[in-house]
Every structure is written in structure tokens, then in C-alpha cells.
Design a protein around this ligand. Structure first.
Ligand SMILES: [Zn+2]
Ligand SMILES: [Zn+2]
Length: 87
């Protein structure tokens, strides 16, 4: 049985949740907090992270998020709506 991935994912989510509640106590009562995810690495973006968000420059329908790491490494993003790729 190889079930290591779901377990590690659970641990990460619990850690992220604890971090969020520490930063945003008004969210503590929420059962689920929806975080934006980075367009490139799909990591949840935390409230105080120096991430950037902008509407897709091609279609404008989707808000694209880039986490701090991907922004610093200048990784490309892909619009989930129209498939536009940009730096
Ligand atoms: Zn990222
Ligand atoms: Zn687009």
C-alpha cells in the first residue's frame, strides 16, 4: 500500500490552516477556508504572502495568482480559462 501522499497532504493542510487562523482569527470558526492557489505550482497562497494576482491579460476572465517563489523565479503562468501563457 502506497498511501503516503494523502497523509502528507493532510499534514500540510492542517499546518496551513493553523497558520491562517493565527493570522486571521475571524476565520477560526470557518470549517473550510478557500485560498487562492498559485497558477504554476498550485500551492495555496497564504494571506500575508507577497504573492501577486492579476486578471488574465488575454481573456480577463480569470484572476491569475503567482506565489512568492514562482514570482521570484519568473516561472510562467497559464490561464486556466484560455490557455494563455505569460511571464
Ligand atoms: Zn508558485
Ligand atoms: Zn485567459
Amino acid at each position: 500500500m502506497r498511501s503516503r501522499i494523502p497523509i502528507s497532504k493532510l499534514l500540510i493542510e492542517a499546518r496551513v490552516h493553523a497558520f491562517i487562523v493565527a493570522k486571521r482569527p475571524q476565520w477560526a470558526g470557518m470549517k473550510q477556508v478557500t485560498l487562492p492557489t498559485c497558477s504554476w505550482c498550485h500551492r495555496p497562497i497564504l494571506p500575508d504572502e507577497r504573492a501577486v494576482s492579476f486578471p488574465c491579460p488575454n481573456c480577463g476572465k480569470v484572476t491569475i495568482w503567482r506565489c512568492r517563489v514562482c514570482r521570484e523565479l519568473a516561472r510562467p503562468y497559464v490561464c486556466p480559462s484560455c490557455g494563455f501563457e505569460g511571464p
